[in-house]
Design a protein. Structure first.
Length: 157
């Protein structure tokens, strides 16, 4: 049985969405540099290009290789071309059921009983605070080795 990755339930992110939208154009094939330039510009327009350009480049390359391994993108030399199954990349594997919101039932208003005021002469009960035993935490002491200052201050010859 093949083990799924820990992130299989996550919805596709913005980088994957942009990769899919660029590669799904009919007859379009890109080298990675050209593809990244287009994706980066589109993400900047959406204000979603955070974390630095190099980090975004690494994420985009990783996601592109993942699409290639899932046979949604064809790699021919250095060129990448989207296949027909690429449209499934941004759709969740298991469609979520729409949330059902029950209709609000009319609420019945109950009659409130009159509140009796306490007489000024009646004794008032005070809350009693209970002490909770504290748990003891063991201290860990790390001893440092003495540094030989004579050996470290002179440069090696």
């Amino acid at each position: 049985m093949q083990r799924k990755s820990a992130f299989s339930r996550r919805l596709p992110d913005l980088v994957t969405e942009e990769l899919v939208s660029v590669l799904s154009k009919k007859g379009a094939s890109f080298e990675f540099k050209q593809l990244f330039d287009v994706v980066h510009e589109r993400l900047k327009k959406r204000n979603a290009a955070s974390g630095g350009e190099e980090m975004l480049r690494l994420r985009a390359y990783e996601k592109l290789q993942h699409l290639v391994s899932r046979n949604m993108v064809k790699k021919n030399g250095k060129k990448y071309k989207g296949l027909a199954s690429l449209a499934n990349a941004i759709a969740p594997e298991e469609p979520l059921a729409p949330a059902v919101v029950p209709a609000a039932a009319p609420k019945k208003v109950a009659a409130k009983a009159p509140v009796k005021k306490a007489s000024p002469k009646a004794p008032v009960a005070k809350p009693v605070a209970k002490k909770v035993p504290s748990t003891k935490v063991a201290k860990v002491v790390v001893k440092k080795k003495p540094v030989d200052r004579k050996a470290s201050s002179k440069p090696a010859k």
